[in-house]
Design a protein around this ligand. Sequence first.
Ligand code: ZN
Length: 193
Amino acid sequence: MRIIKYPHPTLRHKSKPLRKVDAELKQMIREMFELMYEHSGIGLAANQVDLPYRMFVMNTEGDPTAKDLEHVFINPVITKRKGRGEDSEGCLSFPEIYASVSRPTEIVLEAYDLKGELVRYELNKLSARAVQHEIDHLDGTTFVDRLTPAALMEVRADLDELTYIFQRDRELGMYGSDEEIAARLAELERLRT
Ligand code: ZN
């Protein structure tokens, strides 16, 4: 498992809800946490590790010893949104790119946990922002899609650089064609969604 970077096509994939959590999926979630900590992230969505599943992991401290802050959200839905605020965001799929994003500041999140139980959280500040950023990933949307034209212009050169690296790696055979990637995602979806 590895973190894929912009403009990998899986980052544009809109994921379908999971209908089962099995041992293999739990192992994937464990690996997602490890990758997230390794890269000093606070959240990681399944798309970012090339999986078409509606789930993400989060630890707003990014601290592997803070187990009480470790969360897995399966089939998450935001049921309420309130307020609006701007703050800087980054993303493990856009290394070293940071930009200010406007979002609701308070949300209510409903999701399933690993035990299959429905959980409900009222969130604000960083956790509300992180959850919205991750759910965006599950819909194939990235934080860069939410920038103002002026903010987008500021990161344009960095995005071009990532595009260049992706195309170069693709020519080296690191990724399949768009068709091969889509076929693999469809096969994974068939198993669990
Ligand atoms: Zn992200």
